[in-house]
Design a protein around this ligand. Structure first.
Ligand SMILES: CC/C=C\C=C\CC(=O)SCCNC(=O)CCNC(=O)[C@H](O)C(C)(C)COP(=O)(O)OP(=O)(O)OC[C@H]1O[C@@H](n2cnc3c(N)ncnc32)[C@H](O)[C@@H]1OP(=O)(O)O
Length: 727
């Protein structure tokens, strides 16, 4: 666990060992305490080096132990950091891989820190709904100042070694032999005074405007992490470092930690953390799984279409060092697309250089631009990313069947088209799979991997592996219109529009949902994405426009309520940000500043008059419940139909693709927090009030769970019974 061995010249090396990331389990902390005690007592030892086994210093507390009663967690790391710091023998941390959370706090207790150039350090506790409670909020500001400490602690950002050196977090960065260098340093400083290296004894260097700095940070986190308490608690803890002596600051740190721990946030965030890792462990009803099916190697790739999505996908592949052939249909599109890709790649190089990479240009895979399909003949995988038109996609896949080598996998980047229909035109339907990227594709972490009825398990395994290679979270889902993410999103957005018909203003709805924590309310989101996209899709399927049968009631399609509001806005040329007006008005076409539009108020009054709609006061509570519960209800339907195999999958999709606040765990976790009986009762009520909104009708699976006594979320899956899984 934590082994201690003598090295020549009286330096003891203590190695943390708890695979895979040397997390500080209670057993490891106990072993570390024992090893430290031995080294301190041993008169032959004059200095100590702490390092991590297998090239990883320490990823912090063992998150799996967070739910254990605290008395079983063993001696607190905080005491150990004090023990190390007050020790007369110098202690050096040799940081390889990562020093995160408690791992960095341990290193801050040491007198010196040597880091490998590829190491990263950080205090990501805020992302787990807690704060660094083993003195991190008190020692780090003393080491690097208030401003830098606030940024690190409130964002949870991982800092690469060179940046850590500039900030003063580490004393030295080395290209190799980190432990040897730490030993050298330890020997050198034997006998030297350690006062200035004991961070807890140092004063906090405060700029004169420190209160303004703290206030500014508070405004920022309240906006960025709406509804979350841990970022605010982090700032309060740093404020304590400013105003209180170290020991008092520590008391405040503990108090705030206890406060956070009593909220639901840590459990929700930790659930989200593990869910992101669990989704990689896919299993099919056939028994094939991530463990049993090997992916095929991907050495080269091609992307078809260099629109916004295609450019992001090419950049993403290049960042993963996969050589890419990028194909467009004509010279003009190729020129525009290739310039845009080159500029994205330049930005990536700049970012890497700013992080201290000396050979940033060489760390991207090469990109070749072409008009010639023949250049695709040797690639291992093709990702088609043209616009959402089934006929066009089928044409391309027919062509790929002929051109590509038989072993090549064929992916379609679609946000909802039928994968089976596309696969059926190819000579290898078993090697066709949906890869739904999110925009911007080189930044967004989520990849919905859509399995069609023909898709083989090797194709799934390869696509999931590709997600990992791209640094993305791949979530395997079944094939149905709009898959999981957009299927749920459509109902949420539709509900928001119905609420506007009933009397809400777009900005009121946006505010309610943004206060809940969503990154962007539905109307701002529609304006950003472009209202014309949905309009075009609805026109194509005859929900509006010339294909709509004459005599169709304006606000009804079949037996369902329909709102023509977004269609009318588009007919008026209001497409959102791109046209300078949509649900909001903007300073100019392409402007980003959403301002409430008096024109819209007049228009809505007339609209309500024409359609005989009585307006009423709608509470924030109703906005949140109707918009979110209809989405959650659809989540239960998706589970019932076997389109997603586990509530975790839906939560990961929403947390990483749709700006859902992670501190609530995701929509399905949130439903479990609210309580399924509450969600069910509310849905029943709203459905009774709005019988023409059929999707408010509670799903059978939700009813079944409530009837079975509301089991915890991790057991929902076992209540699905003989679902006809699409996975
Ligand atoms: C003891 C009390 C005293 C002090 C308390 C301090 C508070 C904390 O320290 S909170 C923890 C802070 N640390 C983190 O948040 C780190 C989280 N981990 C990561 O960011 C990454 O996992 C990584 C360390 C950078 C490694 O990334 P990668 O190489 O991409 O691998 P992963 O798939 O993410 O992880 C591999 C494997 O390790 C498990 N794991 C990672 N970190 C922890 C952890 N801190 N505790 C327990 N387990 C951890 C992760 O779940 C994966 O497990 P699998 O079973 O293989 O899925």
């Amino acid at each position: 666990m934590a082994t201690f061995r003598h090295i020549c010249d009286s330096v003891a090396v203590i190695t943390l060992s708890n695979p895979p990331v040397n997390a500080l389990s209670s057993a490891l902390i106990q072993a570390l305490q024992k090893a430290l005690g031995e080294a301190i007592r041993d008169s032959a030892v004059e200095a100590i080096v702490i390092c991590g086994d297998k090239g990883k210093f320490c990823a912090g507390a063992d998150i799996r132990e967070f739910n254990k009663p605290s008395q079983k967690r063993g001696p607190h790391l905080l005491l150990l950091t004090d023990l190390i710091e007050s020790n007369k023998k110098p202690v050096v941390a040799a940081i390889e891989g990562v020093a995160l959370g408690g791992g960095l706090e341990l290193a801050l207790g040491c007198h010196y820190r040597v880091a490998h150039v590829q190491a990263r350090v950080g205090l990501p506790e805020v992302l787990l709904g807690i704060l660094p409670a083993a003195s991190g909020t008190q020692r780090l500001p003393r080491l690097i100042g208030i401003a830098a400490a606030l940024t690190l602690i409130t964002t949870g950002k991982y800092v690469p070694a060179r940046e850590a050196l500039k900030l003063g977090i580490v004393d030295k960065v080395v290209g190799e032999n980190t432990v040897d260098e730490a030993i050298r340093l330890a020997k050198k400083v034997i006998g030297q005074p350690l006062g200035s290296r004991q961070l807890s004894t140092l004063p906090v260097q405060c700029p004169p405007n420190v209160e303004a700095l703290l206030a500014e940070a508070m405004v920022k986190v309240k906006k960025q992490f709406r509804g979350a308490q841990s970022p605010q608690a982090c700032i309060e803890a740093v404020r304590a470092a400013v105003h209180l002596p170290y020991t008092e600051g520590i008391k405040k740190e503990q108090e705030l930690y206890q406060f956070l721990n009593a909220t639901h946030e840590p459990r929700a965030q930790q659930y989200a953390f593990f869910a992101e890792r669990e989704v990689a462990k896919w299993t099919l009803p056939s028994g094939a799984s991530w463990k049993t099916v090997s992916p095929q190697p991907i050495h080269t790739a091609a992307v078809i279409g260099l629109g916004t999505m295609g450019r992001g996908i090419v950049t993403s592949l290049a960042k993963a060092k996969i050589p890419v052939v990028a194909l467009e249909q004509d010279k003009r599109q190729l020129d525009i697309g290739s310039k845009a890709v080159m500029s994205l790649l330049d930005r990536e190089i700049l970012k890497m250089e700013q992080l201290g990479h000396t050979e940033a240009t060489n760390s991207l895979g090469p990109v070749r631009f072409t008009l010639d399909y023949d250049e695709l003949k040797d690639v291992d995988i093709v990702i088609e990313a043209v616009f959402e038109n089934m006929a066009l996609k089928k044409d391309i896949f027919r062509r790929l069947s002929v051109v590509c080598k038989p072993e090549a996998f064929l992916c379609t980047n679609t946000s909802g088209l039928n994968i089976d229909e596309i696969a059926s035109v190819t000579n290898r339907p078993q090697m066709v799979i949906g890869t739904h990227f999110f925009s911007p594709a080189h930044i967004m972490k989520l990849l919905e991997v859509v399995r069609g009825c023909y898709t083989s398990s090797t194709t799934i395994s390869t696509a999931m592996r590709l997600a990992k290679m791209l640094g993305k979270i791949g979530v395997l889902v079944g094939n149905c219109p709009s898959f999981v993410g957009n299927r749920l999103m459509r109902l949420y957005v539709e509900q928001a529009v119905f609420l506007v018909e009933e009397g809400s203003k777009p900005e009121e709805i946006d505010l309610a949902l943004e206060d809940f924590g969503l990154a962007m309310g539905p109307f701002r989101m529609m304006d950003l994405a472009g209202l014309d996209i949905g309009w075009k899709a609805r026109t194509e399927i005859g929900l509006t426009g010339p294909k709509l049968p004459i005599g169709t009631p304006a606000r009804q399609r079949g037996s369902k309520r329909y709102s023509p509001l977004p269609d009318i806005l588009c007919e008026q040329g209001r497409f959102g940000q791109k046209s300078g007006q949509g649900w909001y008005k903007y300073e100019k076409s392409g402007g980003r500043n959403a301002m409430p539009d008096p024109w819209l108020y007049n228009f809505l009054s007339e609209y309500r008059c024409i359609h005989n709609l009585k307006t009423r006061n709608i509470t924030q509570e109703e906005v949140i419940e109707r918009c979110l519960y209809i989405l959650i209800n659809q989540g239960f339907k998706v589970l019932e139909e076997g389109i997603a195999s586990d509530p975790k999958d839906i939560d990961v999709i929403y947390n990483n693709g749709y700006g859902w606040p992670k501190h609530t765990g995701g929509p399905m976790y949130y439903a479990s927090l609210v309580g399924l009986p509450v969600v069910l009762t509310k849905l029943e009520k709203y459905y009774e009030d709005n019988p023409d909104i059929l999707d408010l009708k509670p799903s059978n699976f939700l009813k079944k769970l409530v009837a079975s006594g509301t089991p915890p979320l991790k057991e929902w899956r076992s209540h699905l019974g003989s679902q006809s899984s699409k996975l």
